[in-house]
Design a protein around this ligand. Structure first.
Ligand code: HEC
Length: 162
């Protein structure tokens, strides 16, 4: 082998080693970042079942996504409900659902037909179940900031800066 060829082989060797270690690094760092799904619920099976019935009854999925489920027709930029119970309390939800004008509590940027409807005329038991269920929708601490950011950006249409 000529001196030049040895040099070229050496360069190729170095490139291969560096490329392999970058790839290896990526794989391990991806593994570290894969912490799983951050959302969970503390609801009993009974409460989840009741809430599911009410979600259908009041068509919440028409505007909101939850557990990645959303209506195919959904085009309203309403906040996702996942993790919402880590941002607000059960009392807050009950008050919000019972308000004649929910927009006085959470301001809107949407046309009337896309806004959060008032559930003030719904049976109180329904509002209580919905509030309990919403409060049970938690997010792991490591995804809390991201959840706040998503909520803020959906509500305001503006970029979130903590
Ligand atoms: C017509 C669309 C629509 C329907 C149906 C609807 N929502 Fe909403 N909801 C919204 C919008 C939009 C907002 C954001 C505030 C606004 O613009 O009025 C909102 C806000 C909320 C909030 C407050 C979110 C926050 O970030 O503070 C909760 C909780 C909520 N909705 C739960 C529900 C539940 C539970 C149902 C079913 C009982 C439901 N919504 C039905 C559109 C809807």
């Amino acid at each position: 082998m000529k001196k030049g060829e040895v040099g070229i082989l050496a360069v190729i060797g170095v490139v291969v080693v560096v490329a392999a270690s970058i790839k290896g690094y990526n794989i391990t760092s991806q593994k570290e970042e894969d912490k799983g799904i951050p959302y969970y619920s503390t609801a009993t099976q009974e409460l989840s079942k009741q809430a599911r019935v009410l979600f259908d009854k009041y068509n919440c999925h028409a505007c909101h996504s939850l557990w990645t489920k959303r209506s195919v027709m959904q085009s309203v930029p309403a906040p996702a409900l996942d993790g919402m119970g880590s941002l607000k309390s059960e009392e807050w939800f009950l008050q919000y659902f019972s308000a004649d004008n929910p927009q006085a509590i959470v301001p809107t940027r949407l046309k009337k037909e896309y806004q959060m409807p008032s559930l003030a005329d719904a049976p109180k038991e329904d509002r209580i179940i919905l509030a309990k269920y919403m409060a049970s929708l938690k997010v792991e601490d490591w995804y809390l900031e991201e959840t706040k950011k998503r909520e803020y950006e959906k509500l305001t249409g503006q970029e979130y800066s903590p």
